[in-house]
Design a protein around this ligand. Structure first.
Ligand code: DMJ
Length: 486
């Protein structure tokens, strides 16, 4: 869970002698050479090298994160305001959804992060842009999954932190336009694309993530508008696919929205399946829907039985034939590293810890995780890094769940590595090759960077007074739907 009771957290920190100044929750960082905490499941040899935290401890790190955010935001406003994504090396920009048609993706992704960081002028600047410019009456096809987790989720989280009714009305308008991808489908599995103006749908060849990553955005939209149609559509897509699971309780990732037939046999926990499982758990957490919990439990048990394996002492998840269980690949996408947090949230802290340890070995080797590896050797099979948040996300979740400082240290290593390899003239950029020295940069800052790792860093290093550490929810895109303290 991302909602360890604050009291429990403080007592855990206190028991470890880690609470700092009386009356605050600031923890003194442990020495990098200190042995790993008992019960962490790691040995001293497994502990990654960490950069020494600066004087001032975690508070100083959090302030540093805030400064970097403010500096990056100013560059974005100067060079690319309203465009979807800045190109931080050249100072240009590019659009994400539709060529030549900006949707302010970065603004929408950044809003709740800016608010949580108390960057109120920047938040107001972004909100004004949304009021003045954002309009979904666009005659173009939008990818339903990305529009949901980024734009709908961004608007809903900004509404949650501000209560501004315009944000909810924009979210409802967008939700209605996206819903057509579900209601036009004969099975209830959404088409991948919908034209936001005309409602024309396309691309019935879809996958698990694009089938089942809606229930939290659609669910809070239902809750906040009082209209259950969004939640019901998202749940139906889950039910249809769950009911077609193999006798091994596994799901192939490739499915056809019009026929409901599987288009391949491969089960994976990575893309394009990953957040399907995440949202089963999250839907249960947010709405208490026990069907979702049951489906999650059945599928996770199947995955742990048939896909989990230990290679060279490390836990990984193979790709397997969903109908026979035969292993088909030992490659692993960086995106799968979020699974460490999901496993812990779902109650399997031991597997969560072990899987984070596995990815820490990769971080130790490359500094920055490559997009893909072959896990028996840890060799990179895809050498870029799209400025990814998953490892930091999992560290944040594990820290909330266990109170173990190991995860704050790992997030700190991730942050320092990002600063040293991705910082450039006008912000932070992707890495084209993590194996070169220095790491070769690309020229592009994805929208999720504003919504995800900046927020995870701020919340894990700081004692964010606008965040309820006891009771909260962050979506797959890092959007906050519960736990803003206004
Ligand atoms: C984000 O858009 C979300 O986390 C999504 O679920 C998959 N990954 C990207 C970031 O890597």
């Amino acid at each position: 869970m991302r909602n360890l009771p604050r009291r429990t957290l403080l007592s855990l920190l206190g028991a470890a002698g880690l609470t700092g100044v009386t009356g605050t929750a600031w923890a003194t960082p442990p020495s990098p050479s200190a042995p790993p905490p008992e019960g962490s499941g790691v040995t001293a040899a497994d502990v990654p090298a960490v950069f020494a935290p600066p004087p001032g401890g975690w508070r100083a790190v959090a302030e540093d994160v805030r400064r970097e955010t403010q500096w990056s935001w100013r560059s974005y406003v100067d060079r690319a305001f309203g465009h979807d994504q800045i190109k931080p090396v050249s100072g240009g920009y590019e659009e994400f959804f539709v060529d030549g048609h900006p949707m302010g993706l970065t603004v929408v992704e950044a809003l709740d992060t800016l608010w949580l960081m108390e960057l109120d002028e920047e938040f107001a600047q972004g909100l004004k842009w949304v009021h003045d410019n954002l309009n979904f009456d666009v005659n173009a096809s939008f990818q339903v999954f990305e529009t949901n987790i980024r734009m709908l989720g961004g608007l809903l989280s900004a509404y949650h932190v501000s209560g501004d009714p315009k944000l909810l009305s924009l979210a409802r308008d967008l939700g209605d336009r996206l819903l057509v991808a579900f209601t036009k489908s004969p099975t209830g599995i959404p088409y991948r694309y919908v034209n936001l103006r005309t409602g024309a749908v396309s691309s019935p060849e879809t996958n698990l993530a694009e089938t089942g990553t809606y229930i939290t955005e659609f669910g809070v939209l239902s809750r906040w508008t009082g209209d259950p149609k969004y939640y019901n559509a998202a749940k139906k897509a889950f039910r249809v696919t769950f009911d077609k699971r193999s006798s091994l309780d596994l799901l192939p990732w490739d499915v056809h929205a019009e026929t409901g037939e599987w288009r391949n046999r491969t089960a994976t926990v990575g893309p394009p399946a990953d957040s399907y499982y995440e949202y089963l758990w999250d839907g249960y957490r947010l709405f208490g829907d026990t069907d979702l919990k049951r489906w999650y439990d059945v599928l996770i048990a199947g995955i742990n039985r048939r896909q989990a394996e230990t290679v060279n002492g490390r836990l990984w998840f193979a790709q397997v034939d969903a109908f026979t269980g035969r292993r088909t690949s030992r490659s692993q996408s960086e995106l799968a590293s979020f699974w460490a947090g999901l496993a812990a949230e779902g109650g399997d802290v031991a597997r969560g810890r072990a899987y984070h340890d596995s990815w820490t070995a990769v971080q130790d080797r490359y500094g920055v995780l490559p997009e893909g590896i072959s896990y028996p050797s840890l060799n990179a099979t895809s050498v870029g890094n799209q400025l990814r948040p998953e490892y930091a996300d999992a560290a944040f979740v594990l820290w909330l769940k266990t109170g173990d400082e190991l995860y704050r240290n790992r997030a700190y290593t991730h942050y320092q590595q990002m600063k040293s390899s991705s910082k450039t003239r006008y912000g932070y950029t992707i890495i084209a090759d993590v194996t070169t020295t220095p790491k070769r940069k690309g020229d592009f800052c994805p929208g999720y960077w504003w919504s995800e790792q900046l927020k995870y860093y701020w919340l894990i290093f700081g004692d964010a007074k606008r965040f309820d550490y006891r009771d909260n929810y962050l979506s797959t895109e890092g959007n906050i739907f519960r736990g803003a303290r206004r």
